[in-house]
Design a protein around this ligand. Structure first.
Ligand code: NAP
Length: 683
């Protein structure tokens, strides 16, 4: 008997009590593993995630979590050869496997970057600025995101056993949610190998990742309010989950990434001589053949101006004819097998349904090869050559039936409105693409398509060289789509993380907001001591530490000097007569940048010290004009302190307020500096 795959549950590897069911090599039909979770205590698993994994994870700051994700990415990259060997057994070619394995690991690095660049080195994320709620400035609102004390259950589809897990793990880990992964049975051995490697690395806090290698029956019964299910798979299974009592009534949230009938549209501007035609054809063929078309974002509907249908079919046919089908490890094979013989049957049935209103113009659903098979057996292996169909605009099935394999249908359209209406008949898609070099076509079609799509690629000769293509979801962009596509939203950089956290509108006084959020809030207490804050290291600085400068008179000489020195001789600073006509100024005013520069001169402590550099300003606003002989002063307050985990310095954000003699605000902004953790430096 082959090895029984094991679950990783409650801190140990668990082997089921029964023999389990066999999992077969997609290309040879040979048994590769057995699969079962009989006897596994799912209640104990979810409790372990909540009581062990969650607290350990949430004890770390966002930056620490991000650091672990990057370290994990580096660890897994060392082991890809082993994962690729298993991936071949799923019917995937080496190229297919790279999207899954290296692509999946890439999402860990991307999540790591989101954590360090876009989240604070803290456990609370502040959503926007404080909102004044009273005239006196003593009552404010602030939106905050905090981690949920729950668990994230991933239920994944068979087609991306590694990427599917890692693209969800990264955002959940950053969000402070421990994860339980339930991979699709058919390809779960690749997921198991990756989880084994993760556990062996010892990098992740215990309990933050568990693996269920068997039936998910009963798993949702164990979930509670604060828990989240991230489902990827068919609309049918999604429907079952949506109707689970704990989702309907128990407060369990559910994200769905389901099937979708994505389209690619060829713009009416494209002629046979344009490079866009070739880009379009390449895109459709890539989406039909990569992973043997078993991709949720693949192009199922190929929408083409009616007069171009024959030209496009000829070009697609010529290109599809070059797609060799066979054993994924065989030399020169471009397309491997579908995941199982059952899946091939499903695809054949779907093609049969499509044929009610479409004709096959390339390929043969009964033929495993293209036309022959390379080093493979078409009876034992789940091979199927690419199949292209053609339908007219009245056809119903191409907008309803998903053939989850190397299949697409070409449909002619008459006008842009027609193309948009056809796209919408998919009832909501993950990804759409438009190939055009005409900006007006781009705007019209994208605005028509956007409400029906999670992502839209506009492809032309200018971006083709760098384009990642129609079907590739990117960790920095949202993945998910409306309607039939499930209505879910994953990845998307920071959005993907915040999606898994709780947003709360916090109300209180400035001092309370400062205490809770760790960021100085306008109106809260300032501490002016004897020591200039520029003399303090990161370890010594405190939120609210303040320097109040001496006043300084801004003379006409200063303004003229600045104008001449910088070359900024804009009339409002140099021409009294013209400046007087200006309705905002009524006479010569100081340059805003002069005010900011003078303010720096007022607050700076010039001697060498822990402040290492100024790396910018945020939110700069000039509020009241400064006229010749006005007096300005600046108040600089420590607003936020963010130590870097990988450096011996951190970032300090200072609130800068420049006022005039009447106490009116002249300019406000945040000064951004790098400050040494210790001073003098200990290393
Ligand atoms: P599926 O049959 O719906 O299975 C998906 C997952 O759900 C598997 O892990 C499956 O486990 C599990 N499952 C099945 N019944 C369940 C139940 N009653 N309760 C809880 N979990 C249950 O889909 P599939 O055939 O694996 O995947 C193909 C479909 O997924 C296609 O339609 C494709 O379009 C869609 N897909 C969507 C995306 C996306 O990002 N939107 C990505 C990939 C695929 P078992 O394997 O153990 O049955």
């Amino acid at each position: 008997m082959t090895r029984k795959l094991e679950s990783y549950a409650s801190g140990r590897w668990f082997a089921a009590e029964d023999d389990g069911r066999p999992l077969l090599d997609a290309s040879t039909g040979e048994e590769v593993f057995r699969f079962s979770a009989q006897g596994l205590d799912l209640g104990e698993m979810t409790a372990y995630a909540r009581t062990v994994g969650g607290p350990a994870l949430r004890a770390l700051t966002f930056h620490e979590r991000a650091g672990l994700l990057k370290a994990l990415g580096k660890h897994l990259i060392e082991h890809v050869a082993e994962f690729h060997e298993l991936s071949l057994r799923t019917g995937a070619t080496k190229g297919d496997g790279m999207g899954d394995i290296e692509g999946g690991i890439g999402t860990l690095f991307a999540s790591g970057s989101v954590g360090t660049r876009q989240l604070p080195n803290d456990t609370v994320y502040l959503d926007g600025d404080p909102i004044p709620l009273g005239k006196g400035g003593t009552f404010l609102g602030q939106h905050v995101f905090t981690s949920r004390p729950g668990v994230m259950v991933q239920i994944n589809a068979f087609n991306f056993p590694v990427w599917g897990m890692l693209e969800k793990l990264g955002p959940a880990f950053l969000a402070g949610l421990p994860t339980i992964v339930k991979p699709a049975a058919q390809t779960s051995y690749v997921t198991e190998a990756v989880v084994r490697s993760i556990v062996e690395s010892g990098l992740l806090p215990e309990g933050s990742l568990q693996l269920l290698m068997g039936s998910p029956a009963g798993l949702l019964d164990e979930l509670q309010v604060q828990d989240h299910v991230a489902f990827t798979g068919s609309a049918h299974t999604a429907g079952l989950l949506r109707n689970h009592a704990n989702v309907l009534h128990g407060g369990v949230t559910l994200g769905v990434e389901a099937d979708s009938l994505n389209c690619s549209i060829l713009g009416p501007d494209v002629t046979s001589d344009d490079p866009e035609l070739d880009l379009f054809v390449k895109g459709v063929v890539t989406e039909m053949t990569y992973k043997a078309g078993q991709k949720c974002t693949a192009i199922r509907r190929t929408l083409v101006p009616a007069p171009m249908v024959d030209t496009v079919i000829d070009a697609l046919t010529a290109r599809l004819a070059r797609t060799t089908v066979g054993h994924p490890a065989a030399e020169g094979v471009r397309m491997g097998a579908l995941v199982s013989l059952d899946q091939r049957e499903e695809v054949r049935k779907a093609i049969q349904s499509l044929r009610a209103s479409a004709e096959v113009v390339y390929g043969d659903p009964d033929r495993p090869g293209n036309p022959d098979l390379v080093e493979a057996d078409g009876e034992r292996g789940a091979f199927l050559g690419p199949v292209l169909l053609r339908a007219d605009a009245r056809a119903v099935e191409p907008h309803d039936v998903e053939a989850f394999g190397p299949v697409s249908t070409v449909i002619g359209y008459d006008s842009l409105d027609d193309a948009i209406a056809l796209a919408a008949r998919g009832k909501g898609s993950l990804a759409g693409s438009l190939v055009t070099h005409d900006p007006e076509v781009a705007r019209t079609v994208v605005l028509g398509l956007a409400p029906w799509h999670g992502r839209i690629l506009v492809l032309d000769r200018d971006d083709a060289g760098e384009s990642t293509g129609h079907g590739v979801p990117l960790p920095t962009l949202v993945h998910g789509g409306p309607g039939r596509a499930g209505g879910g939203e994953e990845m998307g950089g920071l959005r993907g993380v915040l999606h898994l956290m709780q947003r709360t509108a916090l109300q209180g006084s400035p001092d309370m907001l400062t205490a809770v959020t760790g960021r100085w809030t306008k109106g809260s207490t300032r501490a002016t001591g004897d020591v200039h804050p520029f003399r303090k290291s990161l370890a010594e600085l405190r939120i609210g530490d303040t320097i109040e400068s001496q006043p300084r008179r801004v003379t006409l000489d200063d303004i003229e000097h600045f104008a001449e020195f910088t070359g900024d001789t804009f009339y409002a600073h140099t021409d009294e007569e013209a400046a007087r006509q200006n309705p905002l100024f009524g006479g010569i005013v100081a340059h805003g940048y002069l005010v900011v520069s003078l303010a720096a001169g007022l607050f700076v402590d010039p001697d060498p010290g822990p402040v290492l550099a100024n790396f910018g300003v945020d939110n700069l606003r000039f509020l009241t004009p400064v006229k010749a002989d006005d007096t300005i002063a600046v108040t600089l307050t420590v607003k936020q302190i963010t130590p870097r985990t990988t450096a011996d310095y951190g970032e300090v954000r200072w609130d800068a307020l420049v006022t005039n003699a009447a106490g009116e605000p002249v300019a406000t902004y945040d000064v951004l500096t790098l400050v040494a953790k210790e001073w003098p430096a200990t290393t």
